[in-house]
Design a protein around this ligand. Structure first.
Ligand SMILES: *Cc1c(COP(=O)(O)O)cnc(C)c1O
Length: 342
C-alpha cells in the first residue's frame, strides 16, 4: 500500500470531500445564479442554519477556519481590546497572528487549560488582575469546541464561562472547527451548547467535517454581525460563486448527514483508543470525547508505525495525536492497531 492511499491520522483535513458534499457541488454546477451570495441556494442554506440552531441568527460563509476566527474576533473587539483563550487555542498557536492582524492589534491573553478546557478561576484571574488603562481590556472569551485536545465542553461548563465573561462585559466566541464532532459527542442540542449557554458567535467547521473549503460564521447576537460582509470582502473571503459553498451546507444539514460523518469519526476514535489502551506501554492521555486520540507511545512503537508509512503528529498535546474523520474505516483503525502491536 502506498503512503498516499493509506489513511492519514495526522489530521481530519487530510481526507477528501464526502460523497454528499461532492454531490451538492455537482448538482449546483448547472445554469446561472446570482453571485456573491445573492442566490436562492445561499438563502436556503442560511435558513437551514436558523432551523438547526432554533434561532434567528446571521450566517456568513468563508473559506477557512483562520479567516472565520480572525474576522469574527475582529468584529467583537477594538484594537485596544484583548481576547482570552487557552494556551493551546488554535487562534494562539496556529493562525500566524491573523486574529491580531485582522483586529488591528487586539492582544490574545492565554490561560492555562486543563484537558484543553478553560478553567473559570484562571479566566477570572486574567480578566481582573489588571483594570488600568495601560493594559488591553478583555473584550472576548474564545472557547474551542471540541478542544485542541479532543475533549468536549458540556453545556453547563460553557454556560459557566459565558456567565463569567458577560459579567465583565465580554462577548463569547466559539472556535468550532470541530463543532459537529463535539455535538455528536454531546447529549445537548445545537442550541444548548451555543446561544442558550451564552455563545455570541460560532465558527462552524465544514472542512474537517468533510466539505470543500468552507466554514460558517454564525452570529447569535445579530448586532455583532454589523458590516461583517464588508470584513469578509476586504479580507478576500467573499466567494463569488457562493452557491457551491451554500449547496454543501444545505446538504450537510439535511437528513442528519453531519451526524453520520461526525459520529463515525468519533466512534472510530474510541475504537482506536480502546485498542491502543490495551497495548502494554501505551498510555491514552485525554478523554476521547470527539474524534481525536492522544497517546503516549513507546519510542519503538512510534518508529515502527512511521516506518510502515503511518502519518501522525507527535508535537501536539504532549503525545502522538491521531485524528479520525468521516473517511476513516474500521479497517484503517484495525490495520494501525495491528502494526502498533507488532
Ligand atoms: C483546523 C482548525 C481550525 C481551522 O484551520 P484552517 O486551516 O484555517 O481552516 C481552527 N481551529 C481549530 C481548533 C482547528 O483544529
Amino acid at each position: 500500500m502506498s503512503i498516499t492511499s493509506k489513511y492519514h491520522f495526522a489530521s481530519d483535513n487530510t481526507s477528501g470531500i464526502c460523497q454528499e458534499a461532492w454531490q451538492a457541488l455537482e448538482e449546483s454546477n448547472q445554469g446561472y445564479h446570482p453571485s456573491y451570495g445573492a442566490d436562492e441556494i445561499t438563502a436556503q442554506a442560511c435558513e437551514r442554519f436558523r432551523d438547526f440552531f432554533e434561532t434567528d441568527c446571521e450566517v456568513f460563509f468563508v473559506f477557512n477556519g483562520t479567516a472565520a476566527n480572525s474576522l469574527s474576533l475582529a468584529s467583537l473587539c477594538q484594537s485596544y481590546h484583548s481576547v482570552i483563550c487557552s494556551d493551546l487555542a488554535h487562534v494562539e498557536t496556529d493562525e500566524c497572528g491573523a486574529p491580531e492582524f485582522f483586529s488591528n492589534g487586539s492582544k490574545l491573553l492565554t490561560a492555562r487549560s486543563l484537558l484543553g478546557k478553560l478553567d473559570p478561576t484562571d479566566v477570572e484571574r486574567l480578566i481582573t488582575h489588571r483594570t488600568d488603562l495601560h493594559y488591553p481590556r478583555p473584550r472576548a472569551l474564545s472557547l474551542s469546541q471540541s478542544t485542541e485536545l479532543g475533549t468536549v465542553y458540556r453545556a453547563g461548563e460553557i454556560a459557566g464561562l459565558c456567565t463569567l465573561a458577560k459579567g465583565h462585559g465580554m462577548h463569547v466566541h466559539m472556535d468550532g472547527a470541530r463543532f459537529f464532532n463535539a455535538l455528536a459527542g454531546s447529549t445537548s442540542s445545537p442550541a444548548e451548547i451555543t446561544w442558550k449557554a451564552g455563545v455570541d458567535v460560532l465558527c462552524c467547521g465544514g472542512t474537517k467535517l468533510g466539505m470543500a473549503v468552507t466554514e460558517a460564521v454564525v452570529f447569535f447576537d445579530k448586532a455583532l454581525a454589523r458590516d461583517f460582509e464588508y470584513r469578509c470582502k476586504q479580507a478576500g473571503q467573499l466567494c463569488s460563486k457562493m452557491r457551491f459553498i451554500s449547496a454543501q451546507w444545505l446538504r450537510m444539514l439535511t437528513d442528519n448527514v453531519w451526524q453520520t460523518h461526525a459520529s463515525r469519526a468519533n466512534r472510530l476514535a474510541r475504537r482506536l483508543a480502546e485498542g491502543l489502551g490495551n497495548i502494554p506501554g501505551v498510555q491514552i492521555l485525554y478523554p476521547v470525547d470527539a474524534n481525536a486520540v492522544f497517546a503516549r507511545l513507546p519510542e519503538s512503537i512510534k518508529t515502527g508505525l512511521k516506518a510502515r508509512g503511518w502519518q501522525f503528529y507527535s508535537f501536539i498535546g504532549g503525545g502522538s495525536r491521531l485524528m479520525c474523520s468521516w473517511a476513516t474505516t474500521e479497517a484503517d483503525v484495525d490495520a494501525f492497531l495491528e502494526d502498533a502491536r507488532r
